[in-house]
Design a protein around this ligand. Structure first.
Ligand SMILES: NC(=O)c1ccc[n+]([C@@H]2O[C@H](COP(=O)([O-])OP(=O)(O)OC[C@H]3O[C@@H](n4cnc5c(N)ncnc54)[C@H](OP(=O)(O)O)[C@@H]3O)[C@@H](O)[C@H]2O)c1
Length: 315
């Protein structure tokens, strides 16, 4: 059987690596684009059997090289995204200008499908630069290539993530964990394998033009997430609600770290619930059920942060 070809941007991230594993098992051939083959080559190459994966290095969104790849593809998936800016205008460049360029070229070369990852809960966050840039990206993609499929996930988690694993690291070390907005912001975490299943279905079936919110089976508050993580690593910590001015000051300091633990923009975003909005369809509406529950899944890898490791006994 002839392999179907997929061009994948942002392949080395959490969702990209899981997607490569899934799609290569389903006989898709993937061309994965990275900015640095030297750094990301090993982690990418080990995700698929030889023959199912090609790696291409493209720096600085070079449009000639991107066009050459698009010309040869029938499906393109964009997973490039950032959570904080290293330089001013990075959000705009990465979440809006780059997807606009991709969708323009995809329209020019008449690809069958373009799947783009945006984010959930950004419509109301008019004070967040991250949210504004993601929304602008969605708008420009739709204008350039109407058939685009735009996915808006809540938090995506797994052993490969930068969310549950970072919080388990912090919770295992810090005696006190700050709670922003009293920990009341709601999330609907989706396991990466459920999201990857949704993407596979969207490739196989005809859902062109769809904007889809991707959520897990539960709605849980930030405080409940921390409590579940604490139970999973068998630790007791003080969860301390921070008044907004103190939270803002802490974000000002924390964003100075080379990889910021919290930025002022993230603090603004944390104010808004990250659950289905009913403005768009969600995965449950079209029969793509995400079944994996947060606490069950984190318990499968939380032993990495437990005293005593995998065989520790919970008190
Ligand atoms: N993970 C979540 O909880 C979540 C939730 C909602 C939405 N999303 C969206 O889903 C998409 C994929 O998420 P993810 O968690 O898999 O992403 P990720 O791991 O943070 O990053 C994906 C890839 O983007 C590329 N990248 C990062 N910074 C870049 C830059 N400055 N210029 C060019 N490329 C850059 C990197 O690839 P190379 O280093 O190989 O070039 C990286 O591996 C993103 O658009 C994200 O916003 C994710």
């Amino acid at each position: 059987m002839k392999q179907k070809e997929i061009l994948l941007f942002g392949a080395s991230g959490q969702i990209g690596r899981n997607l490569i594993r899934k799609l290569s098992q389903k006989n898709y051939k993937i061309t994965a684009v990275t900015r640095n083959i030297h750094r990301k080559g090993y982690i990418l190459k080990t995700q698929a059997n030889p023959g199912y994966l090609d790696l291409v290095e493209i720096k600085n969104f070079d449009s000639n090289n991107i066009e050459k790849l698009i010309k040869k593809s029938s499906i393109c998936i964009n997973l490039i995204g950032i959570l904080f800016e290293k330089k001013k205008n990075d959000f705009n460049l990465i979440h809006s200008d780059f997807p606009a360029l991709l969708s323009k070229l995809i329209n020019k070369h008449k690809l069958d499908k373009f799947i783009h990852l945006s984010a959930l809960g950004i419509e109301n966050a008019k004070d967040s630069d991250y949210a504004i840039s993601k929304l602008n990206g969605e708008k420009r993609i739709r204008e350039n290539f109407k058939k685009s499929i735009i996915l808006k996930p809540s938090i995506v988690y797994s052993i490969d993530d930068k969310f549950s694993t970072s919080f388990m690291s912090l919770l295992s070390k810090l005696p006190i964990m700050p709670l922003y907005y009293k920990g009341k912001t709601k999330f609907s975490p989706i396991h990466v394998s459920d999201l990857v299943d949704i993407i596979e279905n969207l490739i196989e079936e005809n859902h062109n033009g769809l904007t889809l919110e991707c959520v897990g089976p539960e709605e849980i508050t930030f405080k409940e997430i921390l409590q579940k993580l604490l139970r999973a690593i068998n630790k007791k910590r003080i969860l301390l609600p921070l008044p907004y001015p103190v939270a803002k000051f802490s974000a000002k300091v924390l964003q100075l770290l080379p990889t910021p633990l919290l930025t002022e923009d993230q603090l603004k975003l944390l104010k808004y619930d990250n659950c289905r909005s009913n403005m768009y369809k969600c995965n449950f509406d079209i029969g793509f059920e995400s079944k994996k529950k947060f606490e069950n899944e984190i318990n499968k890898y939380s032993y990495n942060w437990k005293s005593g490791g995998q065989f520790a006994i919970n008190n």
